[in-house]
Write a protein that binds this ligand. Structure first.
Ligand SMILES: CC/C=C\C/C=C\C/C=C\C/C=C\C/C=C\C/C=C\CCC(=O)O
Ligand SMILES: N[C@@H](Cc1ccccc1)C(=O)O
Ligand SMILES: [Zn+2]
Ligand SMILES: [Zn+2]
Length: 459
């Protein structure tokens, strides 16, 4: 019988040689299955089906445990419902995705789908984004079950298969299903931030950034139409020139630096005694993305023939909106910068930044992450709320909770950051083992967490 405190049931996160060997081999196996998403209607369904078989083989205990229900959603996504022993505790959800972005062989030290181990690292596409998390979640649960652990608090594991192409068939369907079942979650933990090390030259120590929001986005098409004609008698301005000038004005006028606004305000306070400021953040293109709405000119098309005045010029701009701004505000700023009625704006897709999740003393998910970071990474003495500069599947779950945290318990250096969606993506065997350890502890902490006792004068 449980005393309610439950610490006595704590199982130490120690794994024997055989378990440690098996866990890294399992990650290699996952990397070797090329579950690539090219576009919403071009995903590798053969590989995704194989991946479904693969997890059944390497985590047999999960699949035969009677208090765990497994469902396949949208053909290739997986939802696990782990029924805890105490129905009075609100459930939470752990997330990851099985798909990866394409990886042509060029430039890689080892082939991207080889999963080769070399110098203590497992190499390949998905080792940081995001098969490491997917495998570590299942691995930690498998090991807890083998040790006869029975969770008190129910939880879900949601593994999307199309995150890299927007999550419409995976995360969105799981979200709708859980909503139909009346599920409300205490919190969600997904990918999206790391223990950051070496991003700011003056910041010597690593710090853990738990993303409490993520950027919004706009895909915008700018278009200029002009009358075509013979190139021998050209007008003063062409559609190409007008559009190029408009785009150049946009590139030369960065959106405002929002450092100190939104979730990063607290981050600034937490790092207050460190010597850096907002001008420092914009010097580097990665930290720059943290402090402002960014724009990337991704496509440009114009002209039909060498001797024809171009009837039309078109450009696509991909914007990532800082959580302290909105789609509307950014659109207005852009129109003011362009300030030319001949340039037409067409919004192709747009969504606002995600709401800011709580990070106060009462925020269960945040505090559990904090507590687990402190025990697994005692050398990390700053843990701060921040933002995620990319987008994650968790954005499809705002209907189930207001507490969404994006954090991977893995050290990230600038070269690792560049490897995500880039080349030579890899994770050290030690870092992967630590990730398993973290989740193994996290699940137990979620079962035994004691809310901080309020001070007498607050009663
Ligand atoms: C005050 C803050 C100071 C320093 C912070 C420095 C650098 C932080 C930089 C980047 C944030 C880290 C990681 C983002 C990595 C990946 C993108 C996120 C989600 C991925 C979604 C996906 O593509 O599947
Ligand atoms: N997760 C990917 C793909 C994506 C983009 C935009 C929206 C949804 C998903 C990214 O942030 O780049
Ligand atoms: Zn990705
Ligand atoms: Zn990802």
């Amino acid at each position: 019988m449980s005393t309610g405190k439950g610490r006595e049931r704590h199982i130490p996160s120690q794994f024997n040689q055989g378990e440690r060997f098996a866990m890294k081999e399992a990650l290699k196996g996952a990397i070797q299955i090329p579950t690539v998403s090219f576009s919403p209607d071009d995903i590798n369904t053969t590989a995704l089906a194989e991946f479904g078989e693969f997890i059944r083989t390497v985590f047999p205990t999960i699949f035969k445990t009677r208090f765990i229900q497994h469902e396949v959603i949208g053909e290739y996504s997986h939802l696990f419902t782990v029924q805890g022993s105490d129905p009075s505790l609100q459930p939470y959800m752990l997330m990851a995705h099985s798909d990866v972005v394409p990886a042509p062989d060029e430039g890689w030290e080892v082939p991207p789908f080889s999963g080769l181990e070399h110098d203590g690292f497992i190499h390949g596409r998905g080792t940081l984004d995001n098969k490491n998390s997917l495998m570590a979640i299942l691995q930690a649960l498998e090991l807890l079950l083998i040790r006869n652990y029975i969770p008190r608090r129910s939880f879900f594991i949601a593994l999307g298969h199309d995150e890299e192409v927007s999550g419409q068939n995976g995360a969105q369907k799981i979200s709708a299903l859980l909503q139909a079942r009346g599920v409300k979650l205490a919190f969600i933990v997904d990918e999206g931030n790391f223990i950051l090390d070496g991003f700011i030259p003056y910041l010597k120590k690593p710090f853990a950034m738990i993303a409490v929001s993520e950027k919004g986005g706009i895909n915008l098409r700018l278009q200029v139409n002009m009358t075509p004609g013979h190139s021998s008698a050209p007008p003063k301005e062409t559609s190409i020139g007008i559009l190029a000038a408009a785009i150049s004005r946009l590139e030369q006028t960065p959106l405002p630096n929002m450092f100190g606004s939104g979730p990063l305000k607290t981050t600034l306070q937490e790092l207050a005694n460190e010597s850096f400021g907002f001008r420092l953040m914009e010097r580097n293109y990665i930290t720059n993305a943290l402090v402002r709405t960014t724009m990337a000119l991704t496509m440009f098309n114009a002209g039909v023939k060498m001797n024809v005045i171009p009837p039309m010029a078109q450009a696509i701009i991909n914007l990532r909106i800082h959580p302290a701004q909105t789609v509307q505000e950014v659109g207005d700023i852009f129109k003011n910068i362009v300030a030319d009625d001949r340039v037409q704006f067409h919004v192709l897709t747009a969504f606002d930044p995600l709401p800011v999740s709580p990070s106060d003393h009462q925020a269960l998910g945040y505090q559990l992450l904090r507590q687990t970071i402190q025990s697994i990474f005692p050398e990390v003495n700053t843990i701060a709320p921040g933002i995620c500069i990319g987008n994650t599947d968790s954005r499809h779950y705002t209907n189930l909770t207001t507490s969404i945290y994006r954090f991977n318990p893995v050290y990230l250096h600038p070269q690792d950051f560049r490897s995500i969606h880039g080349i030579n993506e890899k994770i050290s065997v030690q870092a992967y083992e630590t990730q398993v350890k973290f989740i193994f502890e996290f699940i137990q902490n979620a079962d035994t967490y004691q809310e901080p006792i309020p001070h007498l004068h607050e009663l």
